[in-house]
Write a protein that binds this ligand. Structure first.
Ligand code: NAP
Length: 516
């Protein structure tokens, strides 16, 4: 069993008892334990301050080079990292690669951005403008500079690699030091990744620190130059947002939370056409990848009433080929849920949805899994439900069941009906729309846009090329309004914004142009 330490103040520090256990969700064996109890966060923040000074002295190109070195070192350790994701995360090899490769790819993307930005330490923001009608000399423009505090990252359990390093990449490139806290239940992978970077002596002192366990009084110490980027449940997000560091001292807070993402099938789509096949496979993929424990997974599937039966038949056929079991066993295509609490939550969630929808595939209490230890493992069957009344199904629009579960919402095939159902989710990270009817696409996409952070628009011409619905890309924003937390990450240079202060400069145009 591994004891996970925290990497703070330039050294590995073991916490004090009691320790929290991390398990292999396929077997329920304890594989690691951790605690952050006893860490004094005063010196941790002092160390971060030194890291911030180092980063601010570096140009974007130099910070980009740092990210490139990080990406390379992690890529070299890819196989052992994937193995940890399979043991502690219940990930199949494909799931593990999605997470680990997502981390190295995002670091490498931001490394390239840094190289493009070159030998500067701040960002010009938009065009400048003449401020008085009588003279062009007195001028105004905007600049973005790194905030002087620390970026605290609190992450969810489902993406311990990608979730950690997509945030780290943007913060370091912007010039802010990071204190990263992974969710405890799957922290082993993040711990190992930071260990790889520390052992490779890549990280300048104080630029990246890791807290495995609770954050103690760290957040209470944050102030107006600091940033909290949180990913996790809406309940925790709301609690953290209410902290005095935010409400009273205006530390910048970004929240990525629950999301009832949707996929809409257009009424024109013919069964077994390329667009139809993409749609069915996309729903299956989003239900089963990482056992449906993805913030971007499709929870609501809008299908025109006359197509519901055929869709359920084809989706059921796809799901019947999914092999559930120990994530390290040969031939398994879907691993277990991450821990006992998640299994309990999935069962309660399906029971709640079942009060407003009928089950048409799978059962929350029966799961035929390839188990390594009989009776052990947090395995869950995919479950498909069909809403009794799509508009009245409040739980379907409001309760994120974090597992391989989706609900079909029959609709009348009109833009208005689909748009009204999308809005009932009160804000999502991403939704898909599959149709070959351009007018329908144009009209519905604009209706869906205010409720989503990202829209995947599929017609037959891109059906065989498109990246999956759930795949977050570093060049496009990730986040969503309302229930999804109201936050935004990534999106290329946009991802640096939370870590930088925008300042308006007014003065002598020639001087401003020369200096900045
Ligand atoms: P969670 O229970 O809210 O925990 C998230 C993180 O918050 C963990 O690191 C947790 O630490 C920490 N935390 C909890 N209470 C805290 C407190 N009082 N102070 C400081 N930190 C605290 O969520 P989860 O179960 O890990 O993740 C599942 C949820 O995340 C789902 O709802 C999913 O939709 C959402 N999610 C959203 C996105 C997105 O990008 N929008 C991505 C992934 C997941 P401990 O583990 O140590 O308790």
């Amino acid at each position: 069993m591994v004891r996970l330490e925290s990497y703070v103040c330039g050294r590995w520090q073991e916490g004090e008892a009691p320790f929290r256990s991390l398990v292999n969700p396929s077997t329920e064996e304890i594989v690691a334990e951790t605690s952050a109890r006893g860490i004094d966060f005063g010196p941790v923040l002092d160390t971060a301050k030194r890291g911030g000074e180092t980063l601010r002295a570096m140009t974007f190109a130099e910070r980009g080079a740092l990210l490139k070195a990080m990406s390379r070192a992690l890529y070299k350790a890819r196989e052992p990292l994937i193995e940890i994701a399979r043991i502690n995360g219940g990930n199949t090899r494909g799931d593990a690669k999605f997470d680990v490769d997502g981390a190295t790819a995002t670091l490498s993307y931001y490394a390239r951005l840094g190289a493009q930005l070159g030998d500067v330490r701040w960002l010009a923001d938009g065009e400048g403008e003449q401020l008085i009608p009588t003279s062009g000399r007195f001028y105004g423009r905007h600049l973005r500079v790194p905030r002087r505090g620390v970026a605290v990252h609190v992450n969810a359990f489902n993406f311990p690699a990608w979730g950690t390093f997509e945030k780290v990449a943007a913060a370091l490139l912007a010039g802010m030091p990071v204190i990263s806290k992974p969710a405890t239940s799957t922290a082993w992978l993040t711990y190992e990744m930071v260990r790889v970077l520390v052992d490779a002596e890549i990280l300048p002192e104080g630029t990246v620190q890791l807290v495995c366990g609770s954050t103690g009084d760290l957040l209470d110490r944050l102030g107006g130059q600091d940033v909290l980027a949180f990913t996790g449940s809406a309940v925790t997000g709301a609690k953290l947002r209410g902290g005095a560091f935010h409400v009273g001292r205006s530390a910048h807070v970004n929240v990525e939370a629950d999301s009832l993402n949707a996929a809409v099938l257009g009424p024109d789509v013919e069964r077994r056409s390329d667009t139809w096949n993409w749609f069915v496979r996309s729903v299956r993929l989003e239900m089963t990848q990482k056992a449906g424990q993805k913030c971007t997974a499709i929870r609501r599937v809008l299908v025109p009433e006359p197509l519901v039966e055929a869709f359920v038949e084809d989706l059921s056929d796809e799901l019947s080929r999914v092999v559930i079991g120990d994530s390290r066993a040969e031939g398994v295509t879907m691993g277990p849920l991450s821990n006992a609490d998640q299994l309990q939550d999935y069962r309660e969630g399906v029971a709640l949805l079942s009060t407003q929808a009928r089950k048409v595939y799978g059962s929350p209490t029966e799961c035929d899994a390839k188990r390594t230890i009989p009776g052990k493992g947090y395995f869950a069957s995919p479950v498909v439900l069909v809403a009794n009344d799509s508009h009245a199904a409040s739980h379907v629009h409001g309760r994120e069941v974090f597992g391989p579960v989706t609900t079909v919402l029959p609709y009348d095939g009109s833009v208005d009906d689909a748009a009204a159902l999308i809005a009932l989710g009160e804000g999502s990270l991403v939704s898909s729309l599959a149709t070959d009817d351009r007018r329908f696409l144009a009209a519905l996409a604009l209706e869906m846009a205010p409720w989503n952070g990202r829209l995947l628009l599929i017609d037959r011409k891109v059906a065989d090329q498109a990246t999956p619905h759930g795949m977050v890309l570093p060049g496009l924003v990730h986040g969503g309004p309302g229930r999804a937390g109201g936050g935004e990450e990534l999106g290329g240079l946009r991802g640096l914004e939370p870590y930088m202060q925008r300042v308006a400069l007014q003065g002598n145009r020639a001087l401003l142009d020369k200096l900045f």
